[in-house]
Design a protein around this ligand. Structure first.
Ligand code: ATP
Length: 485
């Protein structure tokens, strides 16, 4: 028996501060020995008393016999030895919340990583595991969150207090789109933003910090990072850390919060790594058997309560462009707005590469967006779907072989596709084109005019990478004048 048993049995240490020891270290997974009457609970945080480089906290995941708990470390365990003392905390992992964390870059445990001052000792802390608000307290999601991005506002509008996700394979523009959404919404949005960087490149965290400072919105933003170089425990829990900070702003300060997560797939992937390390049998496609529960635990907490909202905007990597991947399908069901990025469109330079047919939103309903918007969105989809169905024929026989009605639809669909491209503020530096935001009304009006044939005689390039239709009209006029001269 360990010393700790005698300590507890003498009654010198209350159970919740009971001391145990590290029995085995396998990467991020720790086997911990405790006295039988003081085994930490599942979900409880334990602190390792070691002389390693950083405070080491682990979360208990299971009990293996009456005196052994298995836990997942939130930080690197290199150098950790068997026999090192471990302390129970009697609570789940807690993270600092409130005004003190605004403008800061934190890690999964809420510790600052931005070389700034330490957080005050008396900062309020909340546990990262919390239940979603009861259904009776949640409010509906019928208010639109206009983004100023034409294709999203028209075809996959977002809800204030809702959940939206951008799906796409590697390099199709997820990060660019999420960053642009922060950029465009912070100008108009009076709420606070919490950004969760999950399992992506480490440098992106510091770039985001600099960007937020440059936009002058850092004091309304919290950045929380668990990036790809960090152990799976950090990547698995960092989303909950960010969510908890957002919930505090919503529930205690009654502020609207924009919660941005890049990349939610990495959260699922970290859960899968941990499941394997814990020796659990894998389920479909090798994912953890608890996949749906883990995703639901995160997603269900995004809600509006008593007039204050948390709006989630997430990037989701689609492995090998396979939209039937279980991680991707588990997420789809939770969303109000699904924005699908297409490799084909990215390859043609049609940025943002949002697929107009695959992207959907529950808000695209005449009762919410209005009849005119709804009808326009449907007509745009129909025209593009018709064009796609004719693409093989066009490739084989040429446009000339089509009847006049089909040819008219193709002309308009191609112009609509170009009109739905848009230069972004965040890409100004490398495209050289100043970014544009367009109101929903102008987007709808522009598409209606194209559908009615106004742009039939314009060159397609006049509609490419512009803001509203007036800008395209002006570009067409200049180009025509230059050609004539
Ligand atoms: N709106 C855009 N305008 C111009 N170029 C873009 C746009 N979106 C993406 N790109 C180009 O595509 C590249 C990849 O974009 P991004 O990093 O956002 O992809 P991603 O889907 O997040 O990739 P990963 O899965 O590798 O993180 C950018 O570096 C840029 O060159």
């Amino acid at each position: 028996m360990t010393d700790s048993t005698s300590l507890t049995s003498r009654g010198a240490t209350p159970a919740r501060f009971a001391i145990g020891t590290v029995l085995a270290v396998r990467g991020s997974v720790l086997d911990l020995g405790f006295p039988a009457d003081a085994l930490p609970e599942i979900g409880e945080a334990v602190e390792i008393d070691w002389d390693g480089p950083e405070r080491l906290v682990a979360e208990v995941q299971g009990h293996h016999g009456p005196e052994m708990a298995r836990a997942v470390a939130m930080r690197e365990t290199a150098g950790l030895r068997r026999g090192t003392p471990v302390r129970r905390t009697g609570a789940p992992i807690t993270v600092p919340v409130g005004e003190a964390v605004l403008g800061r870059l934190l890690d999964v445990l809420g510790e600052p990583k931005d070389a700034g001052a330490a957080l005050p000792d008396d900062v309020e802390r909340w546990p990262i595991h919390r239940l979603p608000p009861p259904l009776s307290a949640q409010q509906g999601k019928h208010e639109l969150l206009e983004t100023g991005i034409k294709v999203i506002d028209l075809l996959a509008p977002m809800a204030r207090g809702g959940k939206a996700a951008m799906f796409g394979g590697a390099g199709v523009g997820k990060t660019v789109l999420v960053t642009e959404l922060i950029r465009t919404t912070v100008d108009t949005y009076t709420g606070l933003s919490v950004f969760a960087g999950i399992g992506e490149r480490t440098r992106e965290g510091h770039e985001m910090l600099l960007d937020m400072r440059q936009y002058g919105v850092l004091d309304r933003t919290v950045l929380v990072y668990g990036q790809m170089a960090e152990p799976p425990g950090a990547r698995w829990r960092v989303g909950l850390t960010a969510m908890t900070i957002a919930e505090y702003f919503r529930d205690t300060m009654h502020r609207d919060v924009l919660l941005l997560m890049d990349n939610v797939f990495r959260f699922v992937q970290a859960g899968s790594e941990i499941s394997g390390l814990l020796g659990r049998l894998p389920s479909r496609v090798g994912y953890q058997p608890t996949l749906a529960t883990e995703v639901a635990e995160l997603e269900e907490r995004v809600a509006s309560v008593a007039g204050a909202t948390v709006t989630a905007i997430q990037a989701v990597y689609v492995p090998a462009d396979d939209f039937t991947d279980p991680a991707v399908t588990a997420l789809f069901g939770h969303l109000d707005s699904s924005i699908v990025l297409s490799r084909g469109m990215a390859a043609e330079g049609m940025y943002p590469a949002v697929d107009p047919l695959d992207s959907t939103s529950t808000l695209l309903d005449p009762a919410i967006v209005g009849q005119e918007h709804y009808d326009t969105a449907e007509a745009v989809r129909e025209a593009i779907a018709h064009y796609r169905s004719l693409q093989d024929v066009i490739a084989l026989l040429g446009l000339e072989e089509l009847g006049p009605a089909d040819r008219r639809i193709v002309t308009r669909a191609r112009r609509l596709q170009r009109f739905l491209t848009q230069p972004f503020k965040v890409t100004e530096a490398f495209t050289g084109k100043p970014g544009r935001t367009v109101t929903r009304a102008a987007t709808v009006a522009g598409c209606r005019a194209i559908l009615a044939g106004e742009a039939d005689d314009w060159s397609e390039s006049s509609l490419y990478m512009v803001g509203d239709l007036d800008e395209a009209r002006a570009k067409e006029a200049t180009d025509t004048a230059t050609a004539a001269a």
